[in-house]
Ligand binder design. Structure first.
Ligand code: UD2
Ligand code: MN
Length: 588
């Protein structure tokens, strides 16, 4: 007997006795699946539902010898400022303009103003990417770009590249969401500029500053495409960037996809890859919730035949990704209690993975992003009634919702002050987690983020943490706000911010933030803690109050004249070698 599964086109050959059973199971299975899908996602059911996508031969991209079905056929070669993604070095007599632009925007808008909206950029993909063929009827897509006081030409170049390099029948709309900018040229000027796109580009404006996180959720609400793609307002999408992002979502609506980010220089607008050619990275995190990337481990890489194929990633950087719109809303979009900037990338990542979805990075989709010199905007009124660091509060909300007790401790060990922060009410987030029957954080660590432990092992407990205060001088150890590696200095004790917040753990690591204190006879330095290590050479003598460097059996000493730090033979009577490590109760 032959059973033809019409919808998948597959022919299954089996004996007639078990055929009935198979049909029964198949029907029951599909019934429960389609119930789940249509029920969860509201009024609109999927035409073909996701489980069937998987067995439908047209959903999988195919690598062929002829050029891919969405590959651009004509390539231009142009000369001009920044063309070909080449660095645009402005003439010396424009030095003032550059300085002004950089301090206002964190990037050289003066250079951007001289560069064509549709400039050419290098194709940074693996050659193989050009030969993938994608399903023809990919989902309609809304691209959402939120912005606050961005440079006009940079914002518009983002839009131009999306229009120019996306299949017009798939690109449903571009939604610009203005997060209460106050720059004049982002007002009427912008309304007028986008008229050229006859409604394909829509502009909506917040009535007050909301921060990027809530603004993105608003954009998702307003969008009408099946898939939404978020981009920062200073991007240039590369050739054929969209179909590879959509294909995994078309196959399974619970997959969120992330393009590989290229760098655009904030001064010269040079477009260049961030990663060396052909190496694949994925997003992880360290226990202080700083975003990190790691080369794709073998356990994941070995699942793929081609290095141009999408692969699984525990987290993502935050700014650029594609997701089924209804799925995004179903999982609560972003936690509305997250303020302005930071942590939302983790919230979404943990939520997706733990609640049944997955994240894939897509090497054949490349998008350039301007990494700014510094953050040019303030957090405005949103930060006003908040005490302590806004970003750490966000992290605390995220870990309190998604981590288990064990892993929460690692966060508080690495970021001890966070225990005192008021994160607001997370009961709705916890309720959502229950409702969606999400898996545990332990499951996530074991099955998805297993490579985190290699780079950032479980943290031993802190013995002491706080300001490291010298008895003789009354001064405190201080990072002096310098980037690592650099010397550690001393200054008047204040305990504010993170510069004086050190911690000593059971395994002898003396650290501050993600840095470790290293010492030789001449100097005491801070350097990023060596990956994969949580121990160190320090111990603390509780009676003599000395910080002893085990390797040398020397003591940490403040040099009275220079006020610099060094190691010296331990002397129990030398008060320049006596230190107390205590935290001040936060005065916020
Ligand atoms: C990264 C992400 C960014 C976001 C952030 C953490 C990338 C490339 N970038 O920082 O997307 O996830 O981490 O939250 O992954 N904006 C507003 N309102 C605000 C502040 C910013 O609309 O109050 C806009 C801003 O104009 C930009 C976007 O939000 O379009 C992201 O801000 P960013 O570029 O300053 O963040 P970035 O790239 O440093
Ligand atoms: Mn950005």
């Amino acid at each position: 007997m032959r059973i033809t599964n019409v919808r998948s086109g597959r022919i299954i050959r089996i004996g007639s006795a078990c055929a009935i059973l198979v049909i029964l199971i198949y029907t029951l299975f599909n019934y429960s699946r389609s119930e789940a899908v249509s029920g969860e996602l509201g009024e609109r059911t999927f035409d073909v539902h996701p489980e069937q996508y998987k067995s439908h031969k047209d959903v999988y991209p195919v690598l062929k010898t002829e050029l891919g079905n969405f590959e651009p056929r004509n390539k231009r070669s142009v000369n001009g400022p920044g063309e070909g993604g080449r660095p645009y070095n402005m003439p010396q007599d424009r030095a003032n303009d550059i300085a002004e632009a950089e301090s206002e925007y964190g990037m050289n808008i003066a250079a951007s103003d001289d560069i064509a909206m549709n400039r050419t950029i290098p194709d940074t993909r693996l050659d193989e990417c050009k030969y993938w063929h994608y399903p023809e009827n990919l989902p309609s897509t809304s691209v959402i770009i939120v912005f606050h006081n961005e440079g006009f030409t940079v914002l518009m170049r983002t839009v131009h590249t999306v229009i120019d390099r996306s299949p017009p029948n798939i690109l449903h709309e571009i939604i610009l969401v203005d997060d209460f900018s106050d720059k004049e040229n982002l007002k009427e000027n912008l309304d007028n500029y986008i008229k050229r796109w006859n409604g394909k580009v829509r502009l909506i404006r917040n009535a007050q500053r909301e921060g990027l996180i809530r603004t993105r959720s608003r954009g998702a609400q307003e969008a009408t495409g099946e898939v939404i793609v978020f981009l920062d307002a200073h991007c240039e999408v590369n050739l054929n960037w969209l179909p590879p992002l959509l294909a995994p979502i078309y196959r399974d609506y619970r997959t969120m996809t992330v393009p590989v980010i290229d760098g655009i220089d904030h001064r010269t607008f040079e477009y260049r890859p961030v990663y060396s050619h052909g190496t694949n990275y994925r997003g992880i995190f360290e226990w202080g919730m700083l975003y990190k990337e790691n080369e794709v481990p073998d356990r994941e890489a070995s699942l793929h035949k081609h290095s141009s194929e999408p692969y699984k990633s525990p987290t993502h950087a935050g700014g650029l990704f594609a997701i089924n719109r209804k799925y995004f809303l179903k999982i609560g979009a972003y936690d509305p209690g997250l303020l302005v900037w930071g942590g939302e990338n983790f919230e979404l990542s943990f939520k997706i993975w733990q609640c049944g979805g997955s994240i894939e990075w897509v090497p054949c989709s490349r998008v350039g992003h301007v990494y700014r010199a510094f953050m040019p905007y303030s957090f405005g009124n949103l930060a006003k009634n908040r005490k302590g660091s806004l970003i750490t509060i966000n992290y605390k909300r995220v870990i309190e919702t998604w981590f288990d007790e064990e892993h929460k401790e690692y966060f508080y060990t690495r970021e001890p002050m966070a225990r005192f922060l008021d994160m607001g009410d997370i009961s709705e987030q916890v309720a959502l987690k229950e409702k969606l029957q999400c898996k545990s954080f332990g499951w996530f660590m074991e099955n998805v983020a297993y490579d985190v432990y290699d780079k950032f092992p479980k943290l031993p407990k802190n013995i002491h943490w706080g300001m490291v205060k010298n008895k003789a001088s009354g001064l405190c150890m201080d990072t002096m706000g310098k980037a690592a590696p650099s010397y550690i200095g001393t200054s008047a004790c204040h305990g504010a911010g993170n510069n004086q917040l050190f911690r000593l753990n059971e395994a002898g690591q003396l650290g501050v933030g993600e840095r470790c204190v290293e010492a030789d006879n001449d100097s005491v330095k801070q350097a990023i803690c060596r990956l994969g290590t949580v121990d160190g050479p320090w111990s603390y003598d509780e009676d003599l109050n000395q910080l002893i460097h085990r390797l040398h059996s020397f003591c940490l000493t403040l040099q009275p004249h220079s006020k610099t730090l060094a190691l010296a033979p331990c002397d129990p009577n030398n008060t320049y070698q006596k230190w107390t490590i205590t935290h001040k109760k936060p005065n916020w």
